[in-house]
Design a protein around this ligand. Sequence first.
Ligand code: SF4
Length: 712
Amino acid sequence: IASRPNELAPVKTTCPYCGVGCGVAMQPKSGGESWQALGDASHPANFGKLCVKGSALGETLDLTGRLLEPKINGQAVSVEQACQAVAEGLSRVIEQHGPDAVAFYVSGQLLTEDYYVANKLIKGFIGTANIDTNSRLCMASAVVGYKRAFGADAVPCSYEDLEQADLLVLVGSNAAWAHPILYQRMAQAKREQPDKKVVVIDPRRTASCDLADLHLAIKPGTDALLFNGLLAYLAKHNHLDAEFIIEHTEGLVLALDQAEQTAGHDLTQLAQSCGVDEADLTQFFDWFANRPRTVSFYSQGVNQSTSGVDKSNAIINVHLATGRIGKLGAGPFSITGQPNAMGGREVGGLANQLAAHMDFHQPEAIERVARFWRAPKMAQQNGLKAVEMFEAVHRGEIKAIWIMHTNPVVSMPDADFVREALQACELVIVSDNMADTDTTRCANILLPAASWGEKDGTVTNSDRHISRQRAFCKAPGLAQADWWWICQVAQEMGFAEAFNYQTPYQIFMEHVALSAFENDGVISRRDFDLSGLFSLSEQAYQQFAPTPWPVNAQHPHGQARLFADGQFFTANRRAKLIPITPQSPKEKPSPDYPFVLNTGRYRDQWHSMTRTAKTPRLLQHRDEPRLSLHPDDAKSLGLAQGDLAKVSSRLGQVMMPVELDAGLVKGQVFAPIHWTGVYAKHGRIDSLIPSHTDPLSGQPESKHAVVNIQVW
Ligand code: SF4
C-alpha cells in the first residue's frame, strides 16, 4: 500500500459497504504500512461501533487482483491513449447512431462527485438520459413510493427513531445481516426498553427474528394485502388520526375503500390469505393500533418485487392514516443497500431523474438545469432503466456502454443474457479497480479506478446524512478517481470548459449550487436543498461533519426528521394515500418448477466479493454459496446437508451445496447473491432470475423466481 507514513493520526472516512453509512477511523499502524479500521465515535450512524465487515476493512487493502493500468482489447495503453479511445468511441457512436445509442451503467459505490459529473456528461452534453445505477436493483421502488406519497424522494426518518419507537416493524428486512449496526442499535434499545415490541414480517425466519416478539412468516408477495388489512382494521376500530388526515393528507377515502375491498374485515380470512396464524395477525394489528411511536423499517423484501411500489405505498398509507410521520419514533423508513445509493439519487443517477431531485416531466426544470450547466445538448426525457438498458444493448440499439464500479454480469437478473448482450456490443468500457471480474471480461476498454481509501468525496446514507469519504492511501499504478476519468474523457470530447474540475470540492460546490438554483416557486418547494452550504470553504469541506439534508437557512445544520410541520412536497403540500390493489408475484410454482427461490445477502460478504473475499475471517461465516432448503423438502428430494444440488429455472442452472434450514417454509429456498463466475463456477444465482420488473419503478423481482431442485 502506498500510504502516507508521516500522518499517524486516524483518518475519518465512511464504510464502503451498506447503506447504514458508518463512520470509520482508519488508524495507521507500523508507521503507515498497514491500517486498522476503528469505529468513528463522532459519527451519528454508528457512534464508534463497526460490524464484522467494517472492522475487517484494514485487511482488504492489498493490491492483489487490482487493475493498475488502462487496457484496450487486453493490451496495456497510456492514460492518454485510453481517454482518447473512449472519447473517440463515444463520439463515433453518437455521430453515426445518435446519443441514445450510448449508455452509462453506474453504481452506488460511486461517490456523489463521481455521480454528478457522469450525470452531467451524459444528460447535458451527450444528450441522452440513458444513465442508470445499480441502485435500480436496490431501492427504486421505495423512491417511487415516496414520490407518490410525499411528492419527493424524501426519507422521513432518522436512525434515532429506531431507538425511540415503541413498535418496530421490520418488513422484508434481515437487518441483522444486511444492516448490522442498525440492528445492534435496535437490540440495544430493546434491552433498555423491554416493553418495546419488534415485529418481523418475512417469509423466512432470519437472524433478525432473534429480536422479534412476533414473526409473521407471510406468504411471499402478500405484504400489500397485509397492510391493506391493517388500514381497514385501524379504521374499523377508530385508530385513525382524523385531525392529521384532514389537515395534511388526501386520498384516504379511496385508499381505505380499496383496502376494505381487497383485504376486508374478516381476520380469519386475511390470516389465511397471508399464510399466518390469526392470533399472531391480531396481535400485530393490536400493537400497531395502540403504539403511536411506530417505525416501519423496510428493505429489499419489499422493493425487489413486481409490485414493490404498491407495497411501499401500502406501508406508507397506514402511517399517514395514523399521523405517524414527522414525529419522534414514528415513520415509514426504507433502508438502502449501498453506501451511496442516496447520493446517486440526489444528483440524478437514475434514468428517470434529471438532477438534484428534479424530473423530466417538469419542462421548467429541464430548462433550469440546461441553463445552469450551459448544456449544449440537454436530454429531454427519461432514459432506459437497467433492465431495459441491457435489453437495448442486446438488440443492438445501444452500441456503446460505460460501466462504472459494478458487475452486472453477476448482479443483474437473467445475468447470462446480460453477458451475451455485452459480448456482442460494439464498445464496452468498464471502469473498475479489479482486473478480472465477470464484467471486465466483456470489456473492450478497461480504465483502472481508484478504490475505497484512495479517493475523496461525499456519500449520503439511509437517513440522509451526507458524510465525507477521505483518502488515506495513494491510488496505485495508473488508477484514478472516477470523476477524474469522466472529466478527462469529457474534455477529449470537446467539453473542456464544463469539465475543468481540479478537485472533488469544486464538483461538490457545483452540486450544492444546482440544488437551489432558481429556487423560484415553479416547483413549490424543492426538497433537496443544500443552499446552507453555499459558502462552504475548501477547508470546511475537508472537515465536513455528517449532516442530514436539507441544509438551508431554516435548517443550517441539517434536518434530522422531515414533515414535522405536516407540510409535504406535493403541489398542495398534502401527502397522498394511494389505493392499493395487491398483486401476486409474476411467477407461480408449477410441477416443472415447484420451488420459490428467494435471494439475498450473507452477513459477512458484500456484493460480488471483490473486497470481502480478500479476508479469510470473513469467509469463516460462509465460504461458499449454499442453497438453504427446509429439511423436509431436502428429505423428499434425497438431499442431505452438504450434498450438491442442481438448481434450475427456465433460464439455466447452477450447482450449490445444500444447507438445511428449518426457518424456511416448505417449498421456499434461499441462495446468496455474492458468488461470481470468477469465485465459484456454478454459483451465479442471478443467472436463474427472470427480469420481471415493477412497471412503475423498473426494479426487478429478485426475491421470487420459480426453480426446480435435483440431486447433482
Ligand atoms: Fe459498514 Fe454497514 Fe457494517 Fe456499518 S453496518 S460497518 S456501514 S457494513
